[in-house]
Ligand binder design. Sequence first.
Ligand SMILES: Cc1cc2nc3c(=O)[nH]c(=O)nc-3n(C[C@H](O)[C@H](O)[C@H](O)COP(=O)(O)OP(=O)(O)OC[C@H]3O[C@@H](n4cnc5c(N)ncnc54)[C@H](O)[C@@H]3O)c2cc1C
Length: 631
Amino acid sequence: MIARDEALAALAGNEFDVLVIGGGITGAGVALDAATRGYSVALLERTDFAAGTSSRSSKLVHGGLRYLQNFDLGLVREALLERQLLVALAPHLVRPLPLVVPAFAGARPDRLMGVGLNLYDVMSVERGRLRGRRGRRGRAERASAQDGAPTSVAAGSGTSAAGSGASAGGSAASVGGSDASTATADEAAGSRGAQTWSPERHRMIGGEEVLKLVPALAAREPSGGYLFYDCQTDDARLVLTVLGEAERFGAVCANRVGAVDLLERDGRACGVRALDAESGETFEIQAASVVNATGVWADELRPQELHDEAELPRIRPSRGTHVTLSHDDLPLVGGAIVPAAEGRSIFALPWLGRTLVGTTDNDYEGPLEHVRPAAEDVTYLLDAVNAFFATDLGVADLTGAYAGVRPLISTGDPKKSVDISRKAELYETSSGMITITGGKLTTWRRMAKLAVDRLVEREAREAPCRTHEIPLGQAVAVADLPRVEGVPPESYAALAARYGYAAHEVLAIAAERGELAQPIVAGLPDLLAEAALAARREQARSIGDVLLRRTRLGLLAARELTGEGARRTPHDDSSAARESPGERGGLAAQDGPVVRVAAVLARELRWGSERTGEELERFAQEARAEGIDLT
Ligand SMILES: Cc1cc2nc3c(=O)[nH]c(=O)nc-3n(C[C@H](O)[C@H](O)[C@H](O)COP(=O)(O)OP(=O)(O)OC[C@H]3O[C@@H](n4cnc5c(N)ncnc54)[C@H](O)[C@@H]3O)c2cc1C
């Protein structure tokens, strides 16, 4: 990405076709979609890219089995097709994941789950292929007597546009309508010469295979289970990657710039008044169209316009908490569906070398800026884990915890948020501002398309959506990365998965400054060189940006970042301790991980000692506010 200063100069000095407010996955998607259709695009993010809900998800790119319970068939089908397309567009970042529904003592796994998985299989393939498969499958299944019996029929690999969505309000529309210009995954992959991922049909597996995928169940001696597939990603990195692609097509993106109000000409939105959160200055950005992609904050901008004219129902935030555990405490190769209290189920997933457990789903009324994982949510998750895996894990065993809020659209019905649809909604109000909210991480591309289609329609342009054929980053083979002295062997695969080809840039920094080849936290693959890259190329402006979103250490190694020693310097009781780590020049091995990241950022962003001290204090406050300090 371009440097923030350059982005700010471009924002103030140009008039844009489209101004996108919000740098989560939805805004990033709109910026990419609009830029690839030939619009000049600006994107503003009030805090940091992905700092809202888009860094706090379960990291699944999935259809969402549980939405089948609500008969949200259009949503599930659409998400399944997007899942397949995203594996083709970003194979390094969106990866297939086996998931298991275990059974014990010879019992059959839940029949309803089997029905749901059948539907999941059927909905994840292209309709034309489905007809062919149905015949084959019908024969295969008749032969194997009934659902749940082992079958070796593999799924086809195509996708097609599908789903049906209702509209909300006179000027509103929903994602899920049939969509002639959405390409199949085959087309997307074909246009790039890539292989398409073909999820196998779900099947029954024996106890031994369950244990291979879910070693954490050893004490329970599972007798079998269902095996099915979904995909997994790093949500914040997906946002950064989509933003990077948008920039490649000319979009100008800046973080720490908030939209404070709309500018209007003859009653129509023609840009925004923006606040630069670093300088405290306001300035105007001119644009022909404004898209509001601010997630749970969507009704903060022009609330009257949205509620009165477009009948936008209240955004009803729902909090979801996740915890992480060490792989040794809860070893997983694939994911597991874990029954939890109140008839819900949660996921236990392998993620970035740890085990990720979540999520809860409760109405939330607190502040939206920093959402803490509530103690009762953590207890709920640990109780479910301990009951299912026969473990005795407590808060002291956690390696991290985080929470986020879903931008759910309330129907005004006092139903629980779990029952509210994850459908995306688009509203166009009298100023011409387009608001797009709701939805899921998985369906970002379809949400973006919905918003940009509306712009194209109202200008009567000919500009079809292209995002189905735009690769997101460039995958790289781990073996093709150059070996750099000092870089731990396990870091190469982690870099390839996070950056794709751009991992070369991280390694070049590590080669140039040998001290940056070391891990930020001992034993984890993230390198100090990534902090430098984040400042140079990804507009990281704070320690939290690096530890929470460019790397995910804040979620995975909270104790190392917040406990004693995280901020330790070698001369804590001497005058040198008051010196900025940046000024000391080097990176002492004895320094805590947060101090070492601060030192790298101080050099990149030219912080003096006072500023570095302030930034260290700011991170400590952020960690407390976010509850990642596990207190
Ligand atoms: C616990 C949980 C688990 C989830 N798991 C999954 C999952 O596994 N798979 C899946 O597909 N989906 C999942 N989701 C849903 C998914 O994460 C969200 O739908 C998605 O991230 C929303 O993205 P967004 O861009 O609309 O909102 P956000 O990511 O919140 O982005 C909005 C951005 O707008 C910025 N902003 C606000 N006001 C302004 C302003 N005035 N000016 C400039 N910027 C502004 C905010 O700072 C924020 O960064 C989950 C959600 C939660 C909460």
